[in-house]
Write a protein that binds this ligand. Structure first.
Ligand code: CLF
Ligand code: SF4
Length: 526
């Protein structure tokens, strides 16, 4: 750590510690400024919670702002094929698990093809505000391709924020290059701060032209990750840490990881579930290493509360994902389709559209505030009651999806004090070809069986009955309303029913599902 630099997280700023601007001043370097004052980040923070300069960087980044992810899209371009380490959850057939999900193979692009694709997407999807390079290998193991792409984009699409994800091994040597291209957002995958733990995750790294194995490999990787994080913090780059939760290997250890990355100025910590199936062919998959349940994931995330701020809305995107988090429109933008498109990059049109998005977002914030005021009225019911609510949504922050069309539910923890996004649960599609798929229903119910209610725009009689039988209330009366408002309104109604004696509050059990989708793979290592 530089002797002139104090590392602080945004959470520290709220408590009155040094602001990012001070860190930048003492550490020198390029980039951004921060400011004094209260700041937090958390996934749901808003403009009142952080310095304006930081809010400007995160407000339309769907990963760095939970609120933004309802409205703004990101895209990845797969220009970085190589990797310089081996993770036991990667079998080099799938996209990089720094930022991906299994079972998909990216169309690899040259930097020129990538830039063409970004401009095409930006002209079709004006709310696409962030371009990330996240594989399919490691973005910094192919620095020439990665930075050539960023350089061209900076010139051709200057309003798009640039973002990259890396395992961190090559990071310290490339931090200055990152700053040169105004890359404001960097993700480092950090699964351990103890090389003994690391040796169970990384069999080898490729370092200084040699393959290094075991604890020594993990030690070098750890040192490079910490150094890279410190250097980014010194320069005011917002750095998010992704950690893969591997039960029995780093579950408890991630609390220490959270503490160490907070000390070094990490902006967000995103703890993601490992999925490790034998058919993926990874070392973990073939050796019986399981992924965490939703409950295990939430328990580790909850144990980290109060440390580095947590991101809980990650969708583990593939390395060529396009669209809102949780949706993938990459099939609409394959190279042959782009060739046939008439591409006009109209900055004014993009700005006009984004102004409308901001108006909608403000309406959502206002609706939530009003609902919170109503929820806080004294009703004589235990004020500490907290419940989980599942929500079917297609975006725009609204309850706007049919139960049968949902492939995931957003989960909100609702109390008198807040409606807090705490994760999402992937489910099998219930409605297929216009008919309910009864075989899918038990798995959907079990995925949300720790929730008291499911908010949907519409639901058929059969799933309605099944949900009720499982003790989950199907609710369609808030169709097309903003999610937090709907969740808080339902909760107020729920409390009134308790107050009137119509129902009694029940504590619900755990969801018995594996959470998320995660392994990956990639191209050959260097
Ligand atoms: Fe991509 Fe990552 Fe940038 Fe986002 S994804 S490089 S920070 S623009 Fe986001 Fe996707 Fe999760 Fe990554 S949801 S996998 S955290
Ligand atoms: Fe690990 Fe595979 Fe990503 Fe390389 S490409 S960092 S081996 S997951």
């Amino acid at each position: 750590m530089s002797s002139t630099t104090a590392f602080v997280s945004i959470g520290d700023l709220r408590k009155g510690h040094k602001a990012v601007s001070e860190v930048i001043e003492t550490g020198g370097g390029c980039g951004t400024t921060g400011g004094e004052g209260k700041a937090s980040c958390g996934t749901s923070a808003g403009p009142d919670d952080m310095p304006q300069e930081i809010w400007d960087k995160v407000k339309n980044h769907p990963c760095y702002s939970e609120e933004a992810h309802h409205h703004y899209a990101r895209m990845h371009v797969a220009v970085a094929p190589a990797c310089n380490i081996q993770c036991n959850y990667c079998n080099r057939k799938y996209d990089c698990s720094n930022e991906s999900r299994p079972g998909v193979v990216s169309q690899k692009l040259t930097p020129e093809q990538a830039v063409k694709k970004v401009v095409a997407v930006a002209s079709e999807i004006p709310q696409m505000t962030v371009l990330g390079i996240a594989g399919p290998g490691d973005s910094l193991a192919s620095p020439t391709k990665t930075f050539a792409t960023f350089k061209m984009l900076q010139e051709q699409a200057p309003d798009i924020k640039l973002c990259l994800s890396t395992n961190g091994l090559a990071l310290p040597a490339l931090v200055d290059e990152i700053c040169k291209y105004n890359i404001d957002h960097v993700t480092i995958t950090i699964n351990m701060v103890d090389p003994e733990v690391g040796a169970k995750i990384y069999p080898w790294i490729f370092w200084e032209h040699k393959r290094v194995t075991g604890v020594e490999a993990a030690r070098i990787l750890h040192e490079q990750q910490m150094k890279g994080l410190e250097m980014l913090t010194e320069r005011g780059v917002l750095t998010k840490i992704n950690s893969v939760l591997i039960p029995g290997i780093n579950d408890e250890h991630l609390i220490e990881v959270n503490r160490e990355v907070k000390k070094r100025g990490a902006f967000l910590h995103n703890i993601m579930p490992l999925i490790s199936e034998a058919e993926h062919g990874t070392w973990f998959g073939l050796n019986g290493q399981r992924g965490p349940t939703a409950q295990e994931l939430k328990a580790v995330q909850d144990a980290c509360m109060g440390g580095a701020n947590l991101m809980r809305h990650c969708r583990q995107c593939r390395a060529d994902a396009v669209g809102l988090l949780g949706e993938d429109r990459s099939e609409e933008f394959t190279l042959d389709k782009i060739e046939e498109m008439e591409i006009v990059y109209d900055l004014d049109k993009r700005r006009t559209y984004q102004d409308k998005v901001e108006a909608e977002r403000q309406a959502q914030v206002d609706a939530k505030r009003a609902a919170l005021v109503a929820a806080q009225a004294d009703d004589g019911v235990d004020p500490s009651i907290k419940v989980l609510v599942a929500v079917a949504t297609e975006g725009h922050g609204k309850v706007n999806q049919h139960f049968g069309h949902a492939t995931e539910f957003q989960i909100f923890e609702v109390s008198k004090a807040e409606a807090l996004f705490v994760g999402h649960r992937r489910v099998d599609l219930y409605c297929q070809g216009g008919y309910g798929e009864d075989e899918a229903l038990p798995s959907v119910v079990s995925a949300i069986n720790d929730c008291h209610a499911v908010l949907v725009s519409k639901i058929g009689a059969c799933p309605r009955d099944e949900l009720k039988a499982a003790g989950i209330e199907p609710v369609d009366q808030y169709a097309h309303e903003f999610i937090e408002k709907a969740a808080l309104s339902w909760f107020s109604d729920y409390r009134q029913r308790i107050a009137s004696g119509a129902i009694t509050h029940q504590v619900r059990g755990d969801a018995q599902i594996r959470q998320g989708a995660f392994t990956s793979g990639t191209e050959a290592a260097a």
